[in-house]
Design a protein. Structure first.
Length: 264
């Protein structure tokens, strides 16, 4: 079915940060990237406005693809910057959402997947094993420190650019239901650790608030308890000696001052 430019612009305006226009045009990698970064942190969504006519024409096959001039795409500084940024972002998310997973496993994997996702936008891609291997080696060199996500992302991005290539043409496109299913699983895998971390944080905050409320209540009733204790010590409150004896009163459990008061 032919794609309409007006529909693409409408989806861009209504759900552009979520990549709805990319789903409409069959650009699933770009759509997933926009879902996980909210439209390329806002700037990428605005940048799409000028590229929509060309993407619609390419989706309809109205114009021939650019001359590839071989099997290696031209080096794109914008794509390289996006790979480094998204790789660092994914690494920080992994460090925040997966603190129970060893840093040498979670962070380089997240960085490598972020770099590979940017590499797969459009008609290009990169060799995923090489990108992930570079991320793990760089993370091992820096001992998995949180501040090492930037050099790890830079190393993985350089390797991804070194092994960049075009996607094969003529591959059949899955149905819309299958595409949405895969996109949903990817978003769930990204958001679930953050949601779990946020829930644990919310439970901790709730426990702190309850403890503060309990302490405030104890502070408010402290004068009443002090007055009651003082009255008991002075003999102005409490039961009669006969009733205390009938109830198993033991003088040894009372203070010396109360015993003297009862003797008088």
């Amino acid at each position: 079915m032919a794609k309409r430019l007006l529909v693409a612009y409408g989806l861009w305006a209504l759900g552009g940060p979520l990549g709805l226009h990319h789903i409409y045009l069959g650009r699933d990698s770009h759509a997933l990237l926009w879902m996980l970064t909210l439209g390329g942190f806002g700037g990428g969504w605005l940048w799409d406005f000028w590229h929509l006519p060309g993407w619609v024409a390419a989706a309809n096959g109205a114009r021939a693809p650019r001359d590839r001039g071989g099997t290696v795409p031209a080096l794109s500084p914008l794509r390289l910057a996006g790979q480094v940024t998204v790789g660092t972002y994914f690494g920080l998310v992994a460090a925040l959402g997966l603190p129970w997973v060893p840093a040498l496993l979670a962070q380089p994997l997240a960085v490598g997947l972020g770099v590979q996702l940017v590499s797969s936008v459009g008609d290009q891609t990169a060799e995923a094993p090489s990108t992930l291997a570079a991320a793990f080696l760089a993370s091992l060199l820096f001992q998995g420190q949180v501040l090492a996500v930037l050099p790890t992302s830079l190393a993985a991005s350089i390797v991804a650019q070194r092994h960049r290539r075009y996607k094969p043409r003529g591959m059949p496109r899955p149905r819309l239901a299958a595409r949405l299913y895969h996109l949903g699983l990817a978003c769930l895998a990204f958001a679930a650790p953050l949601a779990c971390r946020g829930l644990c944080g919310a439970v901790g905050v709730l426990g702190t608030l309850l403890a503060l409320l309990r302490a405030a209540t104890e502070l408010l009733v402290l004068p009443l308890r002090a007055g009651r204790l003082l009255a008991e010590v002075l003999g102005l409150a409490g039961g009669s000696p006969a009733r205390e004896r009938g109830a198993g009163f033991e003088p040894s459990s009372w203070s010396e001052r109360q015993q003297r008061a009862y003797e008088v």
